[in-house]
Design a protein around this ligand. Structure first.
Ligand SMILES: C[S@@+](CC[C@H](N)C(=O)[O-])C[C@H]1O[C@@H](n2cnc3c(N)ncnc32)[C@H](O)[C@@H]1O
Length: 263
């Protein structure tokens, strides 16, 4: 408990990001990974393989960017640092473990940024229903022509999650929140198309409710109606194993990996 409090206090995080819940969210991933380490392993490994095989197709290997790098659970950092001159890790909140991990490499840099570029404005207008919610038009790194590879790593489905919970506490209607969520995800896909280099998208697209017999009893769209630009390799992520939240159901995620959204 003392360690958790210390981590909460010591992790660099802006006031706005803290208010939206990015720091709590980051610490929550640590706890869930600890509980589900075994079940998550295949998904994390498949994500690493998808990143490496797409990165290997880059004709030049100057800068590599990982969006939503987080705890680096699904990022093959060591190989990427060997392949590229520079690796840039982008997240709203980098956990302390990522700072420690990155410090081993001379060519790894951490950038703390909200890839939707809306969090600051969101905290300003959330409680004022007369003001419109911000529109995401992210530009981060779009003008860096030395970037040869970008991966959005299990980030897309998360973009609207914490902002949505934050808005639910305020005076915004469900319809407004849903519209905002859809716009954040659509803007991310547009952003990926505008970034330089080969751009991979790895994301969970659907939540699957699975009964004890292994049958899927419900499918829930977690992309707020946004469609992926193309098909890709797919796998199932055992996200919440049987017995953790329910004795009757486990919760899986269908994951899609697109090697290059621009291809
Ligand atoms: C499910 S995790 C991805 C897993 C991560 N690649 C790892 O290996 O731990 C989602 C990550 O996206 C980050 N994130 C969520 N919304 C973000 C935003 N608007 N801008 C930047 N990062 C964001 C979270 O902080 C978290 O680290």
């Amino acid at each position: 408990m003392i360690l958790e409090v210390a981590e909460y206090l010591l992790t660099p995080c802006s006031r706005a990001f803290r208010r939206v819940g990015y720091l709590q969210g980051q610490l929550g991933i640590k706890v869930r990974h600890r509980q589900c380490r075994h079940a998550w392993r295949p998904h994390l490994e498949l994500t690493k393989v998808a990143i490496l095989s797409a990165a290997q197709t880059c004709p030049q290997r100057r800068k590599c960017v990982i969006l939503g790098s987080g705890r680096l659970l699904d990022v093959p950092l060591h190989r990427l640092s060997q392949m590229f001159q520079e690796v840039i890790l982008v997240d709203a909140v980098h956990p302390l473990a990522a700072y420690v991990h990155a410090a081993w490499y001379r060519n790894v840099r951490l950038v703390r940024a909200d890839v939707t570029a809306t969090a600051e404005e969101l905290t300003r207008v959330a409680g004022k229903p007369q003001l419109p919610l911000p529109r995401a038009t992210p530009m981060l790194l779009c003008d860096d022509s030395e970037i040869d590879y970008v991966a959005s790593a299990n980030l897309l489905s998360q973009l609207a999650y914490l902002p949505g919970l934050f808005l639910e506490k305020g005076k915004r209607t469900d319809a407004e929140i849903e519209e905002y969520s859809h716009s954040l995800l659509a803007a991310h896909l547009d952003y990926l198309r505008r970034l330089p280099g080969v751009v991979s998208l790895i994301t969970d697209v659907e939540k699957l409710v699975v009964n004890k017999q292994g049958q899927i009893v419900e499918r829930i769209d977690i992309l707020h109606g946004v469609k992926l630009p193309r098909s890709g390799e797919e796998w199932t992520w055992n996200h919440v194993p049987l017995g953790l939240l329910s004795r009757d159901f486990s919760y899986d995620r269908r994951v899609c990996a697109i090697a290059n959204v621009k291809a």
